[in-house]
Structure formats: structure tokens, C-alpha cells
Design a protein around this ligand. Structure first.
Ligand code: KIV
Ligand code: ZN
Length: 511
């Protein structure tokens, strides 16, 4: 039997740090339910001191997970961070505090302005402090990938002696080469006394496109926990993609001496869910979950696959959930069928909320005849975006455009004081006109930095999903999404959603 490799998911923490990918608590709970279905070992649910929203998410996910997964909260090596994490984890059955400090020359000298001795002292202090609240304390040695080998041994020895149960060795900047990173892990395994009694974790970033290779090199050399995210979401170029590292282990488990307990058939669903909630689209040629991951277009390949699948396919698509659900709902499907399907997709709802989604579903089913899982996800996410915390809601939008007209839009929005306002503007195109009219009403300083349209399913009657990103004057990026059968309406909804998120965030931080 190979070693069990723990999967530590950080989609809700590091993943969420990726610009424009922020999620609210309800959205995080939907993702957390899917993580439980995947059977991850640890969910890093947030960084509680960073915002009231993060605190609340860690608290609610702790309640949700029960004893099905360890729930972890991030802190700096600062007592007030650890107090906040311990408080947020109060209801967790399996709580873990993840604390740590930068250990590379660059982090110590330029960021923290501390000496090596001070760094070791602070590392010991934060682990001991966290141990007062929980037994399970994970220490991260930030930027370990660029640290001095012997100094890293010194820090890790100190925190193991101080009671850390897990030591996390991140390649924070994605700088390393896989062989070198593997050698670093081996050096720790060979030189830290008692390392066999703790879990060694790897946390690799994808700046050189090697996060998965780095993580597997870590496993080969002794690590038994891998930190990763769905779709590889994360700071800058992202983190290790869970689907890649798990399938890598599935393919090469004997060689790497490792297996995971992940339910890989949930991967595609998880990928779509995270992409739909965060607005971070998955590239078509992305390994495992990209739209083309199992598509064969050349004649030679098609011929081979038809003769025997494994001539060109190393993974059975069904093993990662491709083609798993072909359940199609129609206008004749009742409340119960919709509720059941939504539950399978990770959405739990009842009462008025379910009634609202059912109404939207019937509207869509009338137009579209067959409603697929992707349509349902899009519908539910659209409903959730229009919650009562929204500062503005779209009441109506009308455009006039075409050759040789000047594109003109009339938009009516309702604000959270229940007042309706209408504005009319013209623009270089219909979407530009709609956004100008919205701006006239909302008056929120921002710059539109990205706009994209995708169809949710195939066919002319498909829902059109628009993703926009806006940048606030302080440089913060906010993503908005909108979906509708009419892409002008989707465009208006997406823009209003991005502005609502911006306003919500600024209000939260003002508190
Ligand atoms: O990349 C990193 O070093 C991190 C730590 C906070 C674990 O995300
Ligand atoms: Zn990270």
C-alpha cells in the first residue's frame, strides 16, 4: 500500500486572493460543500483577521464540515491574528491554525526587516501561542523555495520542537525547479530531528508553469500533504491545480509512493462551479478539466481512440466526471426534481428561495426546452447575485442600435433605498451605451478592465454569461457576472454586479 497523501484545499483562501476572484460567504459555502463531496482532507477556509467576511466564512464552514474535514484558518505570526483564527474556528470539530513567517533573505531583510535569530524566535512564539488554542498547528515557512537550506532546517527544527503538527514548505514565488525543490524537501527529511512525527506539506505557485511538477517532486521526496486549489486558482499565475496533482498521483502512485482519497468524479463539477462563482474562466486546453482535455480533432487520433481509447487518452474521461450527468430538466419537471438536481450540484435551498429559482427555471425552460446543469448553475448564481445587500438592481434596459443608428441605451435601476432612476446615453456600441447610462445613475469611480461573453451551453437559445472586471481607484479589482438569454441584459447585470461588489467591499472595510 502506498502512503496516503493529504489534500489541503486553499481555493477559499489563496485561490480567493487572485485579483477579481473574491467570493462572499454564501458562495464560499457552496464551494465548501463541493470540497466535501470531493473528500478533501483539509479546507483552508480563510484568513479571519483580514475582514469580517473572512471571519464569518471560517465560522460557517467550521459548522458545515463537522468531522468530515479539518478546517484551517490562516494567520500571520501575530497574536491578534491567532486570537481571531481561534475564535472563528470555535465550532470546528477538527480545527487547525496555519501560522508562519517569511524565511528567505528577501523576506527577512526587505519585507520583515528582521534578523535570522528574530525570525526563529517569532516562529517559535507563534506556534506556541497557537498551541494554546488548538492541538493541530501548521507552520508555513513563507518563500521557503528561495531560502538557505541550513537556515530552513533551523526554522523547521525549532517549530517541530515547539509543537507544530504540520510544516508547510511553500515555493511562494514559484521560483524553483522541480529537482531542486525535491532536494530541499529531502534535505529537511534527512536533517530535522523528529520530522517523521509531523506532516510535511508542499504549497507551490505556478509562476513558471511548474506548480504541479514541484508538488509531485515534493511528494517523491517525503511530503505527505499537498496544498492546491480547484482550477489552479491563486495569487498571480496561481497555485497547484488539485485536479492535476491528484490525477498525477493516480497515474504514477506506485512510482511516487502515494495515493489520495479524492473522489475524482467530482472534478469537472468542481471546476465549473468555481469558475462560475469567481468569473475566472478555464482555458480550453487546461489539463483534466479544460473543454478540449478529452477532445480529439486530428483524423489519426480519432481513428486511434475509436479503435482503443488508451491509444491517445491516458485518463478515462468518466473518472474526472466528464459526461457524468446527462440529466436534463424540462418545463414539465416539478419543484422536487429541481430541488433534487440542485442539491446534487451543491445548492441547498427551500421555501421562497427555491420558488424564485423555480420561476426562473420555468421561464428558461419555456424558451429553451431542455435545461442542463450548466444552465441551472447559471440561474442560481444569477439569483444569488441579486440578494438584498445589492446597492443597485436592474429594472429595465432598452437599446436602439444597428446600421446607421447611433447606439443608444435607456436604463432603469433601483437602489437599496427603493428608489428608481432612469438614464439615457449613447455610446460607441450598445454595451458602451448601457454602461454609460448605468454610470450616470450609480456614479461610482471605476475603470472597466475586462469584458467577455461566453455561452453557457451550446445552441442559439443558450444563456449568455458575461464577465466583467472593474478596477477601483485604489487598484482593487472586482469581478461581476450576469447571465440571461439576451446578452445586452447579461452585460448590464454583470456590470451592476461588479459595482455592487465594489461598494459592498468598501462598506465592509469602512466598518
Ligand atoms: O504562498 C505562500 O507562501 C502562502 C503562505 C501564506 C502559505 O500562501
Ligand atoms: Zn500561496
Amino acid at each position: 500500500m502506498t502512503r496516503k497523501i493529504n489534500i489541503f484545499d486553499t481555493t477559499l483562501r489563496d485561490g480567493e486572493q487572485s485579483p477579481g476572484a473574491s467570493m462572499n460567504t454564501e458562495e464560499k459555502l457552496v464551494v465548501a460543500r463541493q470540497l466535501l463531496r470531493l473528500n478533501v482532507d483539509v479546507i483552508e477556509a480563510g484568513f479571519p483577521i483580514s475582514s469580517p467576511g473572512d471571519f464569518e466564512s471560517v465560522r460557517r464552514i467550521s459548522e458545515l464540515a463537522g468531522d468530515k474535514a479539518t478546517v484551517c484558518a490562516l494567520t500571520r505570526a501575530v497574536e491578534k491574528d491567532i486570537d481571531s483564527a481561534a475564535d472563528a474556528l470555535k465550532y470546528a470539530k477538527r480545527p487547525r491554525i496555519h501560522t508562519g513567517i517569511g524565511v528567505s533573505p528577501s523576506h527577512m531583510r526587505d519585507k520583515l526587516r528582521i534578523t535570522e535569530d528574530e525570525c526563529v524566535e517569532r516562529a517559535i512564539k507563534c506556534v506556541k501561542y497557537a498551541k494554546k488554542f488548538v492541538e493541530d498547528v501548521q507552520f508555513y515557512a513563507e518563500d521557503a523555495g528561495r531560502s538557505d537550506f541550513d537556515f530552513l532546517v533551523r526554522v523547521i527544527q525549532a517549530v517541530v520542537d515547539a509543537g507544530a503538527t504540520v510544516v508547510n514548505i511553500p515555493d511562494t514565488t514559484g521560483y524553483s525547479l522541480p529537482e531542486d525543490f525535491g532536494r530541499r524537501i529531502k534535505y529537511l527529511m534527512d536533517n530535522v530531528n523528529g520530522i517523521e512525527n509531523v506532516t510535511v506539506s508542499v504549497h507551490c505557485h505556478n509562476d513558471l508553469g511548474m506548480a504541479t511538477a514541484l508538488s509531485l517532486a515534493g511528494v517523491r521526496n517525503g511530503a505527505t500533504q499537498v496544498e492546491c486549489t480547484i482550477n489552479g486558482l491563486g495569487e498571480r499565475a496561481g497555485n497547484t491545480a488539485m485536479e492535476e496533482v491528484v490525477m498525477g498521483l493516480r497515474m504514477h502512485g506506485e512510482d511516487l509512493d502515494g495515493h489520495t482519497d479524492i473522489n475524482t468524479r467530482e472534478f469537472l463539477k468542481a471546476s465549473r462551479l468555481v469558475s462560475s462563482i469567481t468569473g475566472m474562466n478555464v482555458q480550453a486546453n487546461k489539463a483534466i478539466v479544460g473543454a478540449n482535455a478529452f477532445a480529439h480533432s486530428s483524423g489519426i487520433h480519432q481513428d486511434g481512440v475509436l479503435k482503443k481509447r488508451d491509444t491517445y487518452e491516458i485518463i478515462d474521461p468518466a473518472d474526472v466526471g466528464v459526461g457524468a450527468s446527462q440529466i436534463v430538466l424540462t418545463a414539465r419537471s416539478g419543484h422536487a426534481a429541481l430541488k433534487h438536481r440542485l442539491e446534487e450540484l451543491g445548492y441547498e435551498m427551500d421555501g421562497e428561495e427555491l420558488d424564485r429559482v423555480y420561476e426562473a427555471f420555468l421561464n428558461l425552460a419555456d424558451k429553451k426546452k431542455e435545461v442542463y446543469d450548466e444552465d441551472l448553475e447559471s440561474l442560481v448564481n444569477e439569483q444569488e447575485r441579486n440578494d438584498e445587500t445589492a446597492a443597485f438592481v436592474l429594472e429595465s434596459v432598452q437599446i436602439s442600435c444597428g446600421f446607421p443608428l447611433k447606439p443608444t441605451a435607456t436604463v432603469t435601476l433601483r437602489n437599496d433605498a427603493d428608489q428608481s432612476q432612469t438614464a439615457c446615453e449613447w455610446g460607441t456600441g450598445p454595451v458602451d451605451a448601457v454602461y454609460k447610462a448605468c454610470n450616470k445613475i450609480m456614479q461610482v469611480d471605476n475603470e472597466l478592465s475586462e469584458f467577455s461573453v461566453q455561452s453557457v451551453t451550446r445552441g442559439i437559445d443558450a444563456l449568455g454569461e458575461v464577465t466583467v472586471r472593474v478596477t477601483a481607484p485604489d487598484g482593487e479589482v472586482y469581478t461581476g457576472r450576469g447571465s440571461d438569454g439576451d446578452i445586452i441584459v447579461s452585460s448590464a447585470k454583470a456590470y451592476i454586479n461588479a459595482i455592487n461588489r465594489l461598494l459592498n467591499d468598501k462598506r465592509q472595510h469602512r466598518r
